[in-house]
Design a protein around this ligand. Structure first.
Ligand code: ARG
Length: 551
């Protein structure tokens, strides 16, 4: 809103066509600034002088209260009360939503856990980051297809088949499927240290599974179904869903086409019995192993082609850990060789998530189960509620939303590329930069609004919102659409999370300094905080977090 207003003023009063507006580094300098460096050449004057002259030639009006020139920048100061008058009435549940995506189709792939393995924290990261990115796309007018690419194919299933035949216990498998599959997987690796030849048995078993061995197929299907049942419990807790949940095996019958295409375009070559696609500046893609098994790469190529051709996707987004950067470079590189346009294929990497004792490894079996983390989050929040607000109704439900929200927020508040060291105190703290702090702020706003039900209605006079913290809140509210826009452009949900923290901090400062009920500014202040509440709810929703009305 303010950029549009300044843009118009600059065109009309200064007659400029080609210029770039930006947000000043220091808030005292103003709300919008026009750097004058690029005009030096044309006007044959220093940016400093140009800015001074511009300042003299501008007559402030509308949203622009005054202008000033500092060190080559022309700064615009916005009339916050005028802004409030235009802005607050238009803030509703849809505030910030637009149609920039023009209904284009984007496939956002996230989560993608592996069958027969625990749902790890890496998959949790992919799930929450991806779910948020998908929501950001939708909010900006894209047609989003949510995709889960389950790891249900590959040599590890050969290992599991071999292991299950040796150490598997049917009863235990039915009772605690993932734990048992993990046990036998660990047993396999322990055995392989003494008897490496079982690795070859596993490769053979997988090759037979690919050829359709009935007994193996049945066992494999059982592992798949039991695992999916477990994953569904986690998705239900996180409130996450998918349009398609295709395992890698779904692409089994679509891989020959990839191989044929590669051969017909003469981009593949034989190498020691294997089939590869050589690439510049990185290791080749292995399409077929020498025992003619396909690979993780082949399946990803087939799935990308499926998304483009069958699902008509115009953009592919993959939310997968940074340890697979090379993998996606190879897959995109090979797709490019096959003639696909790779300019709108995006790998969105993220850093490791670890506990104080280092990275976890499934092979050694030292994993912490995600369900246990989610459970503990709920319990910790419940304890907090019992201490702070013992009379609260439906404590359990509130603890669930706030507890799960604390885990999601604890992830999304970080730049995704950075590593996260998991620390309970950092995640739950009601005073700190946490999800519960935001939930608490929202509940506080709702409580004021409930109490205001009987407050007298009268016409708004926005010129009363003069306190510096009120002005700060008005500016922040105005920034919301551009904040979520950059979060989408950069695939960085933490931009939304950091913004919400800032907004909540300003609100709490306001709450401390400004009286609402019974003050001369009562209705204007109620309007202001109602808008803050709407934006918090919308922002949390974009992060995949549900709000609570009371806490
Ligand atoms: N299942 C894989 C893993 O856990 C991640 C799959 C990522 N997606 C993909 N299209 N390759 O490592």
């Amino acid at each position: 809103m303010i950029f549009e207003a300044v843009n118009k003023l600059v065109r009309e009063q200064l007659g400029l066509k080609d210029f770039q507006l930006q947000t000043p580094k220091a808030i005292e300098h103003g709300d919008v600034s026009l750097p004058c460096f690029s005009f030096s050449k044309e006007f044959k004057k220093s940016p400093h002088v140009i800015a001074e002259e511009f300042a003299k030639n501008v007559t402030p009006r509308g949203l622009v209260k005054s202008v000033s020139a500092i060190a080559g920048f022309l700064n615009f100061h916005i009339n916050k009360q005028e802004l409030a008058k235009l802005l607050l009435p238009v803030i509703d549940d849809k505030y910030g939503r637009n149609n920039a995506g023009k209904k284009r189709i984007v496939v956002v792939e996230y989560s993608s856990p592996n069958i027969a393995k625990p749902f790890g924290v890496g998959h949790l990261r992919s799930t929450v980051i991806g779910a948020s990115i998908a929501k950001l796309y939708e909010f900006h007018g894209w047609k989003v297809i949510r995709m889960n690419h389950l790891g249900d194919w590959g040599t590890q299933f050969g290992k599991l088949i071999v292991a299950f035949k040796r150490w598997g216990v049917e009863k235990r498998l039915n009772e605690e499927p993932i734990k048992h599959l993990l046990e036998i997987y660990v047993a396999f690796h322990t055995e392989a240290e003494q008897h490496p030849e079982i690795e070859e048995d596993a490769r053979q078993a997988f090759a037979e599974l690919e050829r359709g061995n009935k007994e193996y197929k049945k066992l494999w299907k059982k592992f798949v179904n039991l695992s999916i049942k477990e994953f569904k419990k986690i998705y239900a807790q996180l409130n996450v869903n998918f349009d398609y949940e295709y395992g890698e095996s779904f692409y089994s019958d679509k891989m020959q086409a990839v191989i044929d295409l590669a051969e017909s375009k003469s981009v593949s070559e034989r190498n020691d019995g294997a089939l590869i696609i050589p690439l510049e500046g990185m290791p080749p893609v292995l399409l077929l192993k020498s025992n003619s098994s396909t690979t993780y790469h082949t399946r990803d190529m087939a799935s990308a082609i499926y998304r483009i051709e069958k699902l008509k996707s115009e953009r592919l987004v993959y939310v997968v850990g940074q340890e697979q950067i090379l993998h996606f470079n190879q897959v995109f590189g090979a797709l490019g060789k096959l003639g696909y346009d790779t300019s709108d294929m995006h790998h969105i990497p993220f850093g490791l998530f670890h506990f104080k004792d280092g990275k976890m490894s499934t092979r050694k079996g030292n994993v912490i189960f995600l369900e246990e983390i989610l459970e503990e989050a709920k319990e910790r929040v419940l304890a907090l509620i019992k201490e702070k607000n013992p009379s609260l109704k439906n404590k359990e439900d509130v603890a669930k939303k706030v507890g799960i929200g604390s885990i999601i927020f604890g992830d999304l508040q970080n730049d995704r590329i950075k590593e996260i060291v998991f620390d309970w105190d950092r995640i739950i703290d009601l005073q700190g930069d946490t999800g519960p702090y935001i939930h608490y702020t929202y509940a506080r706003i709702m409580s004021i609004l409930r109490k205001s039900k009987n407050s007298k209605k009268r016409n708004m006079d926005y010129s009363k919102l003069l306190h510096p913290v009120e002005e700060k809140i008005i500016s922040l509210l105005e920034q919301y659409p551009s904040v979520i826009g950059s979060a989408l452009d950069e695939h960085h949900p933490h931009i939304v999370a950091q913004y919400l923290l800032k907004l909540c901090r300003s609100f709490n400062e306001f709450y401390h300094d400004c009286k609402v009920m019974g003050s001369p500014e009562e209705v204007e202040r109620l309007m202001l905080i109602c808008s803050v509440g709407k934006v918090i709810k919308s922002g949390l929703d974009l992060l995949g977090i549900e709000t609570v009305e009371e806490m």
